[in-house]
Design a protein around this ligand. Structure first.
Ligand code: TEU
Ligand code: CA
Length: 556
């Protein structure tokens, strides 16, 4: 049974290792999350999504799981987990776990057995292929650089890993794999969790034959994505997972789906509930790529507002009445939104963060707030390679600067500073005490040095703060059905300064106006009637919009 509570919820994403340390080891943990429940209740969110907390060698910070039915020791014990879940439920908070089943860690017992021989019970749990002319079976590159194939002498074969070599892809064509995954899901659902975020779940069906992918001139490897995303059996697998597991629980599901289109998402998030509730799509966070296709996401370009408006509108219109959107600017894989979608300096940062929050939270879909986004956190401003810890950042530098020599070190450092996932993984700034109150010992990863200016303690009681504004956005969503269920209409698609749109629901009209620039602009919205519902400035001139000004008018 699946009710539609996911349509009324606001989700808060916690990166556990960076949220709150409670046992003096510099690493965030489950006890720390429990300590911060009052903060989360004050913000007003409904659901917590925790990045993976299962046992892992941490090659990819937990996205390489070695035991699905365990808790990573750094985060605590299973008892700590049970106590956290109980405390959350007692406080009317729901818990969504991160399900990573496109791949496991190479330390998982399944892979340790699978690699031994071609005839053990786990031999076909992964994707093994014979060498071709003594080389890898095809030209695919891995997301974290290098080949997507690694040779294992014991088997005389290569195995596929779309990410790190320590993240072998599971073979979903094998029914036994799917049944073991469903068993692991039931382990957590029987404990009472309230849903799953599913890591790169649209990669679990690969095109048979694993054909060579398109290879940019001069690129070391081909692109696997045409053959490894949105594959031929994906809907079948999702429907089987739904029939066998998901539909037996009152839960919320969101599938991370790089490369999915609105048309595909109408099926993935269909209202009949036969697959998932919603997906994370990547269109709006992939708008500014590098002119050199070999460098993919790495760039330091601003995002065009006209492109951003067109992209978000495609998804609002594409799913209205036929599916359901997730809404996000940030997560643990994306740089901080204020630094990525605006050019706001320290003086305009608060307004810019409030404007971005308005733009996103007044759309149709389930909003996700990533830890620190509600404080208006910014990128760090990294300047040297030794400041980075993320495998994706470090591998990209070594591959593109040193190995393939596609770009200079200084240019790549600029790209990393703008786009790296490390920007999102600095410890949560709670206050101005030692280590921002995150830990009383040296944190596992350096804090953003601007924590004296940007921290929770300085905002939770300040009515003008980003935190207080996010409180209002979240409260409004709970109060106003037009925000949750209303239709969407973009105004002035070509306007490259203001993102304005309408929402309509049962006679209520919302007019949402967001000035994306650091300048004052003049606009005359003749639709403006009814009262001001929300604004990030005191009342001003009706047709004058100050830097990063947002206004929401309601007409019933
Ligand atoms: O991310 C999938 C994914 O597509 C990312 O690699 C994304 O493309 C990239 O980070 C953009 O910068 C998921 C997890 O969210 C990510 O943290 C993991 O590293 C990855 O899968 C492998 O599990
Ligand atoms: Ca700790």
């Amino acid at each position: 049974m699946n009710s539609n509570w996911f349509k009324d919820a606001v989700v808060y994403q916690i990166y556990p290792r960076s949220f709150q340390d409670s046992n003096h080891d510099g690493i965030g943990d489950l006890g720390g999350i429990k300590q911060r429940i009052p903060y989360l209740k004050k913000l007003g969110v409904d659901v917590l999504w925790l990045n993976p907390i299962y046992r892992s060698p941490d090659v990819d910070n937990g996205y390489d799981i070695s035991d699905y039915e365990s808790i990573q020791a750094d985060f605590g014990t299973m008892e700590d987990f049970d106590q956290l879940l109980e405390a959350l439920h007692k406080n009317q908070l729901k818990l969504m776990m991160d399900l990573v089943v496109n791949h496991t860690s190479d330390q998982h017992k399944w892979f340790q057995a699978s690699k031994q021989s071609r005839d053990n019970p786990y031999a076909d749990y992964y994707i093994w292929r014979d060498p071709v002319d003594g080389h890898a079976p095809n030209n695919w590159g891995a997301s974290f650089n290098g080949s997507a194939w690694t040779y294992v002498p014991e088997r005389g074969q290569y195995y596929l890993h779309l990410f790190a070599p320590e993240q072998p892809d599971l073979n979903w064509e094998n029914e036994a794999v799917r049944q073991d995954v469903y068993a692991a899901m039931r382990f957590w659902l029987e404990k009472g969790i309230d849903g799953f975020r599913m890591d790169v779940i649209n990669m679990i069906s690969k095109v048979p034959g694993l054909p060579d992918g398109p290879q940019a001139a001069g690129a070391a490897y081909g692109d696997s994505s045409p053959y490894t995303t949105n594959g031929p059996r994906l809907n079948e697998f999702l429907q089987e997972m739904n029939r066998e597991v998901l539909s037996h629980y009152d839960i919320m599901t969101v599938g991370e789906m790089p490369g999915a289109t609105p048309e595909m998402a109408r099926q993935y998030s269909n209202l009949a509930g036969t697959e998932l509730n919603m997906i994370f799509q990547f269109e709006h966070v992939s708008l500014a790529g590098n002119p050199d296709p070999r460098l993919g996401k790495w760039n330091d370009q601003p995002v065009s507002l006209v492109d951003l408006k067109a992209s978000l509108s495609r998804w609002q219109e594409g799913l209205d009445g036929q599916g359901w959107n997730s809404l996000y600017w940030n997560n643990h894989d994306q740089p901080r939104a204020v630094s990525r979608f605006t050019t706001a300096g320290p003086q305009e940062r608060v307004k810019a963060a409030q404007m971005l929050g308005t733009t996103l939270h007044l759309l149709q879909g389930t909003p996700y707030v990533y830890e620190g986004e509600e404080l208006g956190m910014t990128n760090v401003g990294y300047t040297s390679l030794d400041q980075y810890e993320d495998i994706e950042s470090l591998n990209a530098y070594h591959e593109y600067v040193e190995k393939e020599q596609l770009v200079s070190g200084s240019t790549m450092l600029r790209y990393l500073a703008h786009m790296s996932r490390d920007n999102a993984r600095t410890p949560m700034p709670w206050d101005t005490s030692l280590n921002a109150g995150f830990s009383d010992v040296e944190p596992w990863f350096a804090l953003n040095p601007n924590y004296p200016e940007i921290n929770a303690a300085s905002q939770t009681d300040d009515p003008e703060s980003v935190f207080s504004y996010y409180q209002k956005l979240i409260a409004l969503r709970h109060q106003e059905p037009a925000i949750r269920y209303g239709s969407y209409q973009l105004l002035d698609p070509k306007d490259d300064q203001v993102f304005a749109y309408l929402r309509e629901y049962q006679g209520t009209t919302l007019l949402v106006i967001n000035n994306f620039t650091a300048t004052t602009v003049h606009r005359d919205y003749d639709q403006v009637k009814g009262e001001l519902l929300l604004a990030n400035y005191p009342a001003g001139q009706l047709t004058e919009f100050r830097p990063y000004e947002s206004r929401v008018y309601v007409h019933k």
